[in-house]
Design a protein around this ligand. Structure first.
Ligand SMILES: Cc1cc2nc3c(=O)[nH]c(=O)nc-3n(C[C@H](O)[C@H](O)[C@H](O)COP(=O)(O)OP(=O)(O)OC[C@H]3O[C@@H](n4cnc5c(N)ncnc54)[C@H](O)[C@@H]3O)c2cc1C
Length: 374
């Protein structure tokens, strides 16, 4: 009978939806309750494209109602979606309290609340906003970008570079500057990849300042002068802080978090505290250093196998083994850079990057995420 074990999943994105779908497909006699701040899933991998080229893609190609798209075939005894935010967690009583004041009791809990970023706080939704304002936030960001003549992006990582490439290509008359705190772009990759990214941005007319930091107090996304640590001040209509990831942890007891605010999980994806049982963590909220959707697929398999083992007392416990990450970064639609982690850091040809991800995987959102449309 469905409903004998109640698994509550908090967070409805790559991790949370993936766990819920895979549990329902492989473990009988469970009820899943999925709680998410927004009723929609945001395919944020395409954020740079959708924000910089608003006419390129209708929003319904990157925003999908969670219940109707992913869980329509399940009955109310098997699956319930709750459109709310978790506000507190009591691991002794095994209850989660929601923004609706509802209190939900679980047998097992999966925390998949991910993170947001400084850009999201400044109104540029690289990820889901922490309040339920996804459509408005995307449309307002598109308008602010369209109305700005000079745009400065702070950061040296993939999000900064993808955004700069898309902006330069989508709006060739705007002045786009990247301010990179590190001495080279993409410092997590090798020097060759950094050089390719710099060359490609220059080709698109983007100005790049290396080894220069924007002072902290100006990272607000507002129009105005931007003070640099060199003492120089530059004017911009829009500043996009493509730095600073912020874990969505406000409801999690602090004892379960590491110093940076991430949920401490074991290789079995369980929460690493002897005082807590039946709680799993998955995706960007965890202290796993790889904050990539591509890593989450493996974490889902481990979590679901271990939940099955908990419930049915069959099979063996599985453990997550981090693999080298492959980063594929389009810089405009006709080129980019990619470093193959599994192949000794080979840097791919720019044209091949555009072939793989020149469209930001928009038509492949379900394939890439491993989520199954129903
Ligand atoms: C611009 C950009 C481009 C990227 N491109 C790639 C890429 O090309 N390839 C790749 O592999 N990865 C990419 N990533 C990383 C990828 O987006 C993340 O790894 C992925 O989103 C993490 O998924 P998640 O399920 O852990 O959480 P998230 O996607 O962060 O989602 C968490 C969900 O939980 C909800 N939530 C948060 N708090 C609560 C609460 N208290 N109660 C209820 N719900 C809550 C949120 O609203 C959200 O829906 C990119 C990231 C960015 C920012």
């Amino acid at each position: 009978m469905p409903g004998e074990n109640h698994i509550v999943v908090i967070g409805g994105s790559f991790g949370g939806i993936g766990v819920a779908q895979n549990v329902l497909a492989s473990i009988p006699n469970v009820k899943i309750t999925l709680i998410n701040t927004s009723k929609d899933w945001y395919f944020n991998i395409a954020a740079a494209r959708i924000l910089s080229k608003p006419n390129s893609t209708p929003l319904d190609k990157i925003i999908f109602p969670i219940k109707d798209n992913f869980f329509s075939k399940y009955s109310a005894t098997q699956f319930e979606f709750i459109h709310a935010t978790a506000t507190s967690l009591d691991t002794k009583a095994k209850t989660v309290t929601l923004s609706t004041s509802q209190s939900i009791t679980y047998d097992y809990l999966v925390i998949a609340t991910g993170s947001h970023t400084a850009a999201v706080v400044s109104g540029i939704p690289f990820k889901q906003p922490i309040t339920d304002t996804l459509h408005d936030s995307i449309q307002s960001a598109q308008t602010r970008i369209a109305n700005a003549s000079t745009i400065v992006i702070g950061g040296s990582g993939a999000a900064a570079i993808e955004m700069a490439g898309e902006l330069a290509e989508g709006y060739p008359n705007k002045k786009v500057t990247v301010i990179s705190g590190s001495a080279r772009l993409l410092p997590v990759l090798g020097e060759k990849a950094s050089a390719v990214a710099l060359k490609r941005l220059h080709k698109l007319g983007v100005k790049v300042l290396l080894g220069v930091r924007v002072l902290e107090n100006n990272q607000s996304g507002k129009k105005g002068p931007i003070e640099l640590d060199t003492g120089k001040v530059i004017e911009a209509d829009l500043y996009i802080p493509a730095v600073g990831v912020i874990p969505n942890n406000s409801f999690i007891p602090p004892a379960l978090l590491d110093a940076a605010g991430y949920l401490i999980t074991s290789p079995e994806q369980t929460v690493s505290s002897p005082a807590v049982s039946g709680v799993y963590g998955i995706g960007d909220i965890t202290n796993n250093p790889s904050k990539m959707a591509s890593t989450i697929t493996q974490q889902i398999a481990v979590t679901v196998a271990n939940l099955k083992n908990d419930i049915e007392k069959t099979g063996t416990r599985k453990a997550f083994k981090p693999e080298k990450t492959t980063l594929v970064i389009p810089i405009g639609s006709k080129g980019g850079v990619a470093e193959m982690g599994d192949f000794g850091g080979i840097v791919l040809w720019s044209w091949l990057v555009s072939l793989i991800k020149g469209n930001f995987f928009i038509s492949l959102a379900f394939t890439i995420s491993g989520l199954k449309k129903q």
